[in-house]
Design a protein around this ligand. Structure first.
Ligand code: S3P
Length: 172
């Protein structure tokens, strides 16, 4: 069974994903890390050199290279569900879980985060807020297709595991 965690940058996919994998005794895959290891380059640098389109193609391939017969928690990138038919693919091959957070909180986290992300570094706080609001509006159309939508503000791995339990008997 593959559990795909989706949601905007800064919603905690990687942190919650690692905890959930440990809790369920599943493997853990972070798409961004697989990308960086494979391309031997940090994502912001890749965006700068080769552009987003090229990034999305490789991201799509990495997503499809995951063995869906194994027990794995996958932390996707914030844009993963919104390109090609990745959302449909994930829905058909596993459980999709949207970690939802209000944009004000996401902005705070992105500003404080030590992770360097493309498109974030160069923006001032006010500009960032407008950009995040607009992008969330667009992306929510995809995120909302998840099997499970969860308020990520007070999330623990046991809560997350409990919420997705009914889906374990579901066949895809
Ligand atoms: C992106 C989010 C990033 C990473 C890339 C693009 C996006 O992942 O995939 O920088 O378009 O939202 P995180 O959501 O893990 O930061």
């Amino acid at each position: 069974m593959v559990i795909y965690l989706i949601g905007f940058m800064g919603c905690g996919k990687s942190t919650s994903g690692k905890q959930l994998a440990r809790y369920l005794n599943y493997d853990f895959i972070d798409l961004d890390i697989v990308f960086e290891n494979q391309e031997k380059m940090y994502i912001p640098e890749y965006f700068e050199k080769f552009g987003e389109e090229s990034f999305r193609k490789i991201e799509q391939d990495i997503l499809r290279s995951i063995d869906t017969n194994k027990n794995i928690v996958v932390a996707t990138g914030g844009g993963t569900p919104c390109f090609y038919n990745n959302m449909e693919y994930m829905r058909n091959t596993g459980i999709t879980v949207y970690l939802q957070l209000p944009s004000t909180l996401l902005c705070k986290r992105l500003i404080n985060s030590h992770n360097i992300r493309p498109k974030i570094q160069e923006k001032k706080t006010e500009e960032l807020k407008t950009w995040v609001d607009e992008l969330i509006k667009e992306r929510t159309l995809f995120y909302k297709k998840a099997h499970v939508i969860i308020d990520a503000r007070t999330l623990t791995s046991s809560m997350l595991a409990k919420v997705i339990t009914p889906y374990f008997t579901h066949s895809f």
